[in-house]
Design a protein around this ligand. Structure first.
Ligand SMILES: Cc1ncc(C[n+]2csc(CCOP(=O)(O)OP(=O)(O)O)c2C)c(N)n1
Ligand SMILES: [Mg+2]
Length: 816
């Protein structure tokens, strides 16, 4: 019966059908052979670590058949067969990534930056323009944290809905064919235990987006069996409540055995039709999969699988089953002739032999390609060492390190550079003639490696966010003083009007126009597709934004309060912040995260934890505007660029008065540039956000006792002061205080290190520099809680007065 289904859905002539099946089988055999040889490469020390797709080949063939150009995948490390079946991966590439070949031509997924099994297809050209995403298979770059692919998947699927429903987006025909694309997810059975999985499943059901999520179920998560992972040991069983029915929208859920090729093809075709045509999410629980070699190269599954299970895995290995099916397949045509896939088993055997040879050859080629440049580099160094050695007093040592380097059969760059740097150490006190060529070689070699390993954290294109020029807000005579949230709102209005791709969403962002009315009336004006409410689910709000941004839209995702960003921090730090780096600049997601914080009251409402974000979000911008005009300018800057950022508005600033600029949507606040907001002679105070208001107040008290401070607004924490303006101020004042609402050792330590160390501020200091910060604990509630937890005007005054007293005891009497 299944065979008939397959035939009818495929509508192919028998011969075409046969060719298709054999091609699939060969792809699966190639994939399996890669897994087997890959493991050997790791166990013999040629590669560091391996995680492969063995035991999951057959369902991936079926998924690949339903996957169309323009579609997207967000999956995990088991998908090598799918990648091969869509033509984006081959054995040569398999080994290049296993060997961590640090060249984007050899390992197009990450230029050797990611472990093997982390797939990707480039979405941007070298000049930063989008590729035609409708004409290629799109694979969003994988990350290792289990379940981490899920939030992004939601956004990839939601983008189709936006491209369909927002008519102004239809002209972006290189990004989408009016939303005809499916976002395909894959996840392991055990990883469905993660909260991100459930959050995404619920959100996609609510949003009704074209998403097909496959669960590759092999009964284990490394060594831990399903009984410890999943209630009722079945994810499809417990998700039954999501099944759509006549009354309610929901999911279509399929369960299919992972070794049943023909049923799999049928299920995937049906799933694709539902998702593509009806924009309904589909879940496919693919059961009875195996792991013929265990989880990864770091262990062996004999340790935790029973003998019985091991026997079952051998029997139900999807490749074995597919082969059986091919061997036994028979179809009687209308003439009564019996049609078969293979008349003779030898046909299959020779196909398998061919596949194996192809993999072995690819392995050799990949290794040679890896080694070739490295061996050349070694020769270069060796030649220099041989030239220098006879002239050196350290000939014996130089000869020894050279010999050791030459003895390494398959050297890596670490071996080469280590040898060279040791040689520099030996030659440190010898004359220039001897050592210059080597020193130069080391400097040059290091620079070359930097390009390989330390680039693309931020954009290297001309529109890098820090290159966007400042445009000052312009005021006319009619410019009124208004509540600052109105400046923000009118600027968002201008943005939504100017950029059709901008979407703004979050908790309470739609109907009421956010909790502080910064989006007031904008849903009414621009429609529910562009300014909208989401559920309370920070991680997937960010995931939504990542996926939308990856598909060429310009989402502004709102996290209602800074303190709640931690629900989404895993997604931000592991996925968004690493995206450009881990793809060697070949994918991007210019998501703007809008949030509000600073100087609130209470343990979970303080909005101050900037240090933690700075540590986790390298690869993003962290902007802390002191007022709403500055904030609006940052949004305008970010939209001219294409990089991700978190922007923290001042919660207590929305009702303060600011003048309304006339060039809304146009003026920009430069990123990475500080601003001096008060000039002074005696001391430089660096601060940011709403604490600046307290600093300004304290400066008046300080002025009244004869201390004239200069106040600098950091404005941007990541990056901070790229022009090194603070040190220029220190040259004048010779004293530094960093005032910060974060804990001791938080953002203040970061600013301090930048100023004193990176900017060499220590050279100009006449007093010990200080930080004035909050207490180490979370701030207590209420005005007194704030006063005794965070730096107050008194604390700032006294801290700085003390510094001046220590410098001039006669002039400044001790306060206490
Ligand atoms: C957040 C996180 N926790 C733990 C791990 C370590 N880890 C890697 S794979 C894995 C098991 C995943 O099992 P499953 O989802 O069933 O996928 P399978 O490998 O079986 O295909 C674990 C625990 C991880 N990568 N990420
Ligand atoms: Mg599993």
């Amino acid at each position: 019966m299944a065979n008939n289904t397959l035939e009818s859905t495929q509508k192919l002539s028998f011969d075409q059908f046969k060719q298709e099946v054999l091609k699939d089988y060969k792809t699966a055999v190639i994939s399996r052979e890669c897994s087997l040889l890959g493991r050997r490469e790791v166990l013999t020390g040629k590669a560091k670590f391996g995680i492969f797709g063995g035991g999951k080949e057959v369902p991936q063939l079926a998924m690949a058949k339903a996957f169309q150009k323009g579609d997207w995948r967000s999956g995990y490390y088991r998908d090598q067969t799918f990648m091969m079946a869509i033509g984006e991966f081959n054995p040569r590439h398999f080994f290049a990534s296993l060997y961590a070949h640090a060249d984007i031509e050899a390992d197009s997924f990450s230029a050797g930056r990611q472990m093997n099994g982390h797939f990707c297809v480039h979405t941007v050209n070298n000049d930063g323009t989008w590729k035609n995403l409708t004409e290629q298979y799109n694979v969003s770059s994988d990350i290792s944290p289990t379940g981490g692919q899920m939030p992004r998947l939601l956004g990839l699927a939601e983008a189709s809905k936006k491209f369909k429903n927002i008519s102004a987006l239809h002209e972006l025909s290189h990004l989408s064919k009016q939303g005809n694309e499916i976002a395909w997810g894959t996840i392991g059975n055990a990883s469905t235990s993660e909260g991100l999985f459930f959050e995404t499943i619920n959100a996609a059901g609510v949003l009704q987006v074209p998403m097909v999520i496959s669960i590759w179920d092999d009964g284990y998560g490394i060594s831990v069996p399903a009984e410890y992972q999943t209630t009722k040991q079945s994810i499809s069983e417990i998700l039954k409540g999501f099944q759509r029915d006549e009354k309610n929208k929901g999911y279509e859920i399929f369960v299919v055995q992972g070794w049943n090729y023909s049923q799999l093809i049928d299920v995937y075709q049906r799933a694709a039709k539902i998702a593509r045509e009806e924009h309904v999410p589909v879940l496919i629980h693919v059961t009875e999969l195996t792991q013929p070699q265990g989880h990864s190269t770091s262990g062996s599954h004999e340790r935790y699988k029973s003998e019985e299970r091991m026997l079952w895995e051998k029997e139900f290995d999807c490749l074995v089953k597919m082969r059986e099916w091919i061997e036994n397949f028979e179809l009687t045509d209308e003439n009564g002739d019996v049609l078969r896939f293979c008349e003779d088993i030898k046909e299959l055997e020779s196909l398998e032999e061919e596949a194996k040879t192809e993999v072995r050859e690819a392995k050799k080629d990949a290794l040679n390609a890896l080694l070739e440049p490295i061996l050349k580099e070694r020769t270069e160094l060796v030649k220099i060492l041989e030239k220098i050695a006879p002239l050196s007093e350290h000939k014996v040592s130089l000869d020894k390190v050279k010999r050791e380097l030459m003895q390494i059969e398959e050297p890596i760059r670490k071996n080469i550079l280590d040898t060279a740097r040791r040689a520099v150490m030996y030659l440190r006190d010898e004359n220039e003639e001897v050592k210059t060529s080597l020193q130069k070689w080391v400097i040059n070699y290091k620079a070359q490696q930097k390009k390989k390993y330390n680039t693309h954290l931020y954009s290297e294109l001309p529109n890098n966010a820090t290159n966007i020029e400042a445009i000052a807000p312009v005021y006319s005579e009619e410019s009124k003083l208004v509540d600052a949230r109105v400046v923000l709102r009118d600027n968002f209005d201008a943005i939504l009007n100017k950029y059709n791709e901008v979407l703004i969403f979050g908790e309470d962002s739609g109907a009421i126009g956010d909790v502080n009315q910064g989006l007031e009336g904008l849903q009414q004006k621009y429609g529910i597709e562009r300014v909208y409410d989401t559920g309370i689910r920070e991680a997937t709000i960010i995931g939504q934004g990542i996926g939308l941004a990856m598909r060429g839209l310009r989402p502004i995702a709102e996290i209602q309060y800074l303190d709640y960003i931690f629900y989404a921090t895993q997604v931000l730090t592991d996925d968004l912040a690493t995206l450009r780096y881990r793809t060697f600049g070949k994918q991007r997601a210019p998501l703007i995260v809008r949030t509000r914080g600073h100087r609130l009251e209470g343990i979970w409402h303080s909005g101050s934890q900037m240090g933690s974000l700075i540590n986790l979000l390298q690869g993003m911008y962290i902007l802390v505007p002191r007022n709403m005009t500055k904030a609006a300018g940052f949004y305008n800057t970010l939209l001219k660029s294409d990089e991700p950022a978190v922007l923290i508005e001042n919660l207590n600033g929305y009702r303060l008065k600011e003048r309304m600029p006339v060039n809304l949507g146009e003026f920009t606040t430069p990123i990475g540039v500080v601003e001096t907001i008060k000039e002074g002679q005696d001391l430089t105070i660096v601060s940011y956000g709403s604490t600046l208001k307290l600093v300004e107040e304290a400066s008046k008290d300080l002025s009244s006792v004869g201390i004239d401070v200069e106040i600098i607004d950091a404005q941007s924490l990541l990056p901070f002061d790229i022009k090194h303006d603070v040190v220029k101020s220190l040259k004048k004042t010779n004293r530094l205080a960093v005032v910060d609402e974060d804990i001791p050792g938080g953002a203040s330590a970061y600013l301090f290190e930048h100023i004193v160390n990176k900017q060499n501020g220590y050279l100009y200091l006449d007093s010990k520099p200080i930080t004035i910060t909050a207490k180490a604990h979370r701030p207590a509630y209420g005005t007194d809680g704030d006063y005794f937890s965070k730096p107050s005007v008194n604390d700032i005054f006294e801290g700085i007065y003390k510094m001046m007293h220590e410098a001039y005891p006669a002039k400044f009497e001790p306060l206490y």
